[in-house]
Design a protein around this ligand. Structure first.
Ligand code: CO
Length: 215
């Protein structure tokens, strides 16, 4: 067992040495404080690593990931991350990043039974059911699932904008923008879903317009 992860320690040592040789002050700087400007809320999928996708170094992006990038109002974990990012770290942008080909979204779309996770995916099925007429216009299953990936990310933008954390931040005049993106595993590019918002009202309005653009 311990043998099978030996290479991780070797990788770590190589990485630490490389970082140190490229920038001798790198670790010393990070010890003292983190001041990221971005909060990334993305999928746990191992193919969608936050820092690499947007080309940022350690210390530059605060990250929360869960299956299919869902933000619900009873999730104390996600809410605490958002609270800490907005009130303490004072991030300027929150990026909700879905991705095409998301296994969680596909399972939700097709009612696949996976066990415990079904309860979590139920949130995505609520989004699916709300837009079922629109989704059924797409006959190709992968295309339908991809539209749900977009709708889910857009929906989570509205959810984040409705949290007490964002509402209070905006009320006191703090400038923080919430964005919805979808990442493509095919070419490594993010697509902006056009729902960037700086108020609750703007989020609801832009969500409505973006849903229309889905087709
Ligand atoms: Co995923």
């Amino acid at each position: 067992m311990s043998q099978s992860i030996e290479h991780l320690f070797a990788n770590n040592k190589t990485w630490s040495e490389r970082m140190h040789s490229e920038d001798p002050e790198f670790f010393t700087r990070l010890v003292n404080q983190q001041s990221p400007e971005y909060l990334w809320i993305g999928c746990s999928d191992s193919r969608v690593p936050a820092n690499q996708v947007i080309g940022l170094a350690p210390g530059e992006v605060f990250v929360h990931r869960n299956i299919a990038n869902v933000v619900v109002h009873t999730d104390l974990n996600a809410l605490s991350v958002i609270h800490y990012a907005v009130e303490i770290l004072r991030v300027k942008h929150i990026l909700i990043v879905g991705h095409y080909g998301c296994g969680g979204v596909k399972a939700a779309m097709n009612d696949n039974k996976t066990g415990l996770t079904d309860n979590w995916l139920r949130h995505i099925q609520d989004v699916r059911d709300r837009h079922i007429d629109r989704l059924e216009r797409f006959t190709e299953p992968s295309e339908r699932a991809d539209r749900l990936c977009e709708l889910n990310a857009m929906h989570q933008v509205v959810n984040v904008c409705q949290t007490s954390v964002l509402r209070e931040a905006w009320q006191r005049g703090q400038g923080v923008t919430v964005h919805g993106w979808c990442y493509s595993l095919q070419d490594g590019l993010v697509r902006d879903l056009g729902v960037s918002s700086r108020t609750r009202e703007e989020a609801v309005e832009r969500y409505r317009d973006a849903v229309e653009r889905i087709g």
